[in-house]
Design a protein around this ligand. Structure first.
Ligand code: SF4
Length: 467
């Protein structure tokens, strides 16, 4: 046995790469290393990231419906060799027009392909396949081309005859009229065969560099910077920045060229920036750590009179329109909250929230409507719109440590099922009143609500927090 054999034996075994790991490696070698060797250091995806994942899954399932007769290789099929074997069997079956989530492996890289469409009847390709990647985005991006390049590399390496490479994405020109979503109009299909073939040429070298990193016993020394946020947020951001100072130089706003120059000079904190540094006006304010408002803003703030409305609202942009007369990703407001501050210090709160409908009485401490007839069975669906208004009158002062008061409120709302026109749904209204007690940050409500449609009256006790 030679020395070099011994060294090779001691090297860590490289686990199988997937296309998502390949993309991680293109973003940052350290990210790839940590994902493969120390996944426990990653932050779990937050709710908005989970929502984006869920939207991607929904889009993927809808896209499959454009290929009737296609066969799914279950993403949960284990071991992976079984998924590869099933895919190989489906490829040989001439009655299968398309394969969803087909699995392929080549040189230690495994990929799952969103859609493989059988393309028949050409001289050149008697039984060839078109590779289709489905994305919820509205155009082809760099990361999609890299995604397709690794898939193409593996598929061709595994012996598949590829007749084309396409990206299927959302067409923002689609106008949803209600009813069934028109999948032909919702999706655009871009043929990116040429550009992906060119990019595929770099894949072997990129893979070799990644495998070489994975053979090391420690992650590469890579400093966090802009790469950590593009094309995706890196889940190791908290880990990589945990020892950075509170006023880390990366937080200096403005041109990153200045930051890079300062980092090269060994500066890690905004407070260490030399006085003579060539900073913009904004950067200078941040370095000096001074609160600042423009003259215009200060003038406007000084002119504000009671009652002061503190209005906050949120919108969502859905890839698949859910309401008639909408386009994909059209921004729709789904929530607002208005705290009206009176000169006396009293706060009146009005709010609106669109939520998923339930068949139970809508009750929660956050102030969702309670006077509606959600439990009648007539008022149900998987979509809901509701609004409420409430007036609170305090009977005691908060200076006594707790506050007792009375409320009157009115709610209105409707529920309907996805796919049925919302404007045909029936609106319900409720009215009510109650007493509330606020002690420290805890709030307790006892309310009586009356549904105007059914005539039902309910008593409701709830609690929550005030901030
Ligand atoms: S946070 Fe940045 S430096 Fe750290 S692993 Fe992720 S991409 Fe790389």
């Amino acid at each position: 046995m030679t020395t070099s054999d011994t060294e090779n034996d001691l090297r860590p075994v490289i686990p199988r790469l997937s296309k998502s790991k390949f993309l991680s490696g293109l973003q940052c070698h350290k990210r790839l290393y940590l994902e493969m060797r120390h996944p426990e250091l990653a932050e779990p995806p937050d709710l908005s990231t989970q929502a984006i994942f869920a939207m991607g899954t929904e889009i993927g399932i809808l896209a499959q419906r454009r290929f009737p007769g296609g066969v799914l290789v279950a993403p949960t099929l284990r071991p992976r060799e079984a998924a590869v074997a099933l895919t190989a069997k489906l490829l040989q079956d001439p009655d299968v027009p398309a394969i969803f989530e087909g699995a392929f492996e080549h040189e230690g890289v495994i990929v799952r392909v969103d859609i493989l469409e059988r393309v028949l009847g050409t001289e050149e390709h008697r039984s060839a396949w078109r590779l289709i990647e489905v994305k919820s985005s509205t155009r082809v991006k760099e990361v999609h081309l890299n995604d397709l390049a690794i898939q193409r590399h593996v598929l061709i390496g595994a012996g598949l005859d590829l007749a084309g490479t396409c990206l299927m994405h959302i067409d923002t020109g689609y106008f949803y009229e209600g009813g069934e979503v028109d999948l032909e109009a919702l999706f655009a299909l871009d043929d990116v065969s040429t550009v992906v073939a060119e990019r595929q040429g770099k894949v072997p070298e990129q893979l070799e560099a990644m495998k070489s990193i994975l053979r090391e016993s420690s992650p590469p020394a890579i400093e966090p910077d802009d790469r950590c946020h593009s094309p995706y947020e890196c889940p190791f951001w908290a880990h990589c920045t945990k020892d950075k100072p509170l006023r880390w130089i990366y937080h200096l706003p403005g041109p990153k060229k200045v930051v890079q120059q300062l980092v090269q000079e060994g500066i890690t904190s905004i407070d260490e920036i030399p006085e003579a540094a060539n900073l913009s006006i904004t950067q200078r304010r941040v370095k000096d750590n001074v609160e600042w408002a423009s003259d215009d803003l200060a003038r406007v703030l000084q002119s504000v009179e009671y009652p002061v409305h503190h209005l906050d609202f949120e919108t969502v942009m859905l890839a698949v329109p859910k309401f008639s007369r909408m386009k994909p990703y059209q921004s729709i407001p789904v929530q607002w909250s208005n705290h009206i501050e009176l000169q006396s210090g009293e706060i009146i709160h009005h709010e609106f929230l669109h939520g998923e409908a339930t068949n139970v009485v809508s009750v929660d401490p956050s102030g969702n409507p309670i006077g509606l007839d959600f439990d009648t069975g007539e008022f149900a669906g998987d979509r809901m719109l509701s609004t409420s208004a409430e007036v609170r009158v305090p009977l005691t002062s908060v200076l006594h440590g707790s506050k007792l008061g009375v409320t009157v409120f009115t709610d209105a709302g409707t529920a309907w099922d996805f796919g049925s026109p919302m404007d045909r749904a029936e609106w319900h209204q409720g009215v009510g009143g109650g007493v509330f007690l606020i002690a420290s940050i805890v709030r307790i409500n006892l309310d009586i609500a009356h549904g105007l449609k059914t005539g039902d009256t309910k008593v409701h006790l709830s609690s929550g927090f005030t901030f």
